[in-house]
Design a protein around this ligand. Structure first.
Ligand code: ATP
Length: 483
């Protein structure tokens, strides 16, 4: 498993992710997606939307606002329950989540070795004196306070006056925007149970201990589905969604061995949940949540009906009765998914005695799909043909032209950002004094570095197949064997 530092440094060097406000020293836990990062994350969101909304007859989409009526958060329980237990160090004043503190590396001044300083992995005792952590893990000296509950919602004011009546919150999840629009969607789209509403959008949580790069930040994007079902069918639908979402990540390249399901213990369940299981990914810091799939019962619709005074129910034609649907919620993080796709794609290989760094993204996720490379940049016809080809390809796929280094260097550059295909234009393509143009170009694939030569006129059709992952047919046609 690659270390997080390598991913962070690659992301900065190659324009995927930068620290926010870096020239001012950075803001805690905020990150900006650079030119390649925004393409990657947009692709993650696009395939999620396509698979969750466009390709399903039982789903529709929504884009609700971040600022909502403050009563929403009273009804949803977030004002009273959306808290994490925190402890403070009385000495260095650092703050920790008391339920996660055992995961942190802790600093220990060991009495058995004349007070020597050791960094000890979270949850483990000191090898020398056998002591377990009781003091502050950061400074190793301070006593910790008793746990106190800390609300994670960001508070702000709507309008020009900063008074209690104007308090508003930045949403900590996109889900509530879906619940409050349940009836609008039901009526306007004539939906029939079971059906779902999906939304992608920013959420905000004032996390006590953010960290691990983009894994836990205070501003992040969620990709959430609220799937409404007839009560009594909820457990079956929950299982279906768990299976569906678990199978989704490997479809876009995540290795199955790096995914697992973790059931929430009864004492861990959120106040609204009947059952929750997390899809966990083996991130560089260990197994951590990638997506939560919860059975939220009829809690949210009932709460909003009670607090708003508006009925949020469904008339069941069969039983001729009004029912309040149950809700299954697959809730994924766009940033966490993007990070998992990045980490999983990272490879270091030895090629002809040299190190090659590759991001083997699924072609649908790759920020750049095609790089067009002229083999001789002094040959005007090659350069012109390559520019024209790149302009043509760019209309359908994100393509770049590069002639600023030798072909070997250009390939490595594209490998490192995960470009699945390089197309080279050479002398044979355009012809010279000795030979007529063959009007063919060479496609070189990132993963196996194999090459096939195809006619310029056939290139768009071939690319379409390759980007959809239909390698076998193309390679067979060109007599290339692949693993
Ligand atoms: P955690 O236990 O890691 O704090 P959670 O259980 O509070 O997460 P949920 O409320 O289930 O998270 O949110 C659904 C998804 O939203 C998570 O699986 C994750 O992908 C994403 N998410 C939640 N909090 C953050 C955050 N602070 N930064 C980035 N993504 C987040």
């Amino acid at each position: 498993m690659v270390e997080m530092d390598k991913i962070v440094s690659l992301c900065k060097r190659r324009g995927f992710i930068f620290q926010s406000s870096e020239i001012y020293g950075g803001t805690g836990s905020c990150w900006d997606y650079g030119p390649l990062g925004v393409e990657l994350k947009n692709n993650v969101k696009r395939v999620w939307w396509r698979d969750s909304v466009q390709n399903r007859a039982d789903m529709v989409g929504l884009d609700s606002s971040i600022l909502m009526h403050p009563r929403v958060w009273k009804a949803s329980g977030h004002l009273d329950h959306f808290t994490d237990p925190m402890v403070d160090c009385r000495d260095c004043k650092k703050r920790f989540r008391s339920d996660k503190i055992e995961d942190d590396i802790w600093l220990h001044f060991c009495a058995a070795t004349k007070g020597n300083k050791f960094n000890i992995p979270g949850g483990e005792p000191c090898k020398h004196c056998g002591a377990k952590r009781t003091l502050c893990p950061a400074c190793g000296k301070g006593e910790l306070t008793e746990p106190r509950q800390f609300n994670l919602m960001f508070k702000t004011f709507m309008g020009p006056v900063e008074e209690d009546a104007a308090v508003a919150y930045l949403r900590p999840e996109t889900a509530q925007g879906i619940f409050v629009n349940f009836d609008n969607v039901l009526q306007s789209m004539r939906m029939k149970l079971p059906f779902g509403i999906a939304q992608i959008g920013k959420s905000f949580r004032n996390e006590i201990t953010p960290g691990n790069f983009t894994f836990r930040t205070r501003e992040f994007e969620q990709m959430e589905i609220e799937f409404f079902v007839v009560p009594g069918t909820d457990e079956e639908w929950h299982q279906r969604w768990l299976d569906e979402r678990f199978a989704w990540y490997p479809r876009y390249g995540i290795r199955k061995g790096n995914l697992r399901l973790r059931e929430h213990e009864p004492d861990e369940l959120a106040h609204y949940a009947k059952r929750t299981a997390d899809i966990e990914y083996l991130f560089p810091m260990g197994w951590s949540e990638l997506e939560g799939v919860a059975n939220r019962t009829d809690f949210d619709l009932k709460q909003h009906a009670e607090f708003s005074g508006k009925a949020l129910d469904y008339f069941d034609e069969e039983s001729k009765q009004k029912i309040v649907p149950y809700v299954i919620e697959p809730s994924a993080g766009a940033d966490r998914a993007t990070l998992a796709f990045l980490v999983d794609a990272y490879r270091e290989e030895q090629v002809k005695g040299e190190k090659r760094v590759v991001l083997n993204f699924h072609p649908e996720l790759a920020p750049i799909k095609i790089a067009v490379l002229p083999l001789l940049k002094k040959n005007a016809r090659i350069v012109e043909t390559a520019h024209k080809l790149c302009a043509d390809l760019r209309r359908r796929w994100r393509s770049v032209y590069d002639d600023t280094a030798s072909i070997g260097r250009l390939y490595r550059r594209q490998d490192e950002v995960g470009t699945p295909f390089c197309v080279t234009v050479d002398v044979q393509t355009v012809g010279d004094d000795q030979a007529a143009a063959d009007d063919k170009v060479t496609i070189r694939d990132r993963d196996q570095m194999q090459q096939v030569r195809v006619a310029l006129s056939a290139l768009p059709a071939v690319m379409e197949k390759l980007i959809a992952g239909e390698w076998a047919e193309i390679y067979r046609q060109h007599g290339v064997t692949r693993d």
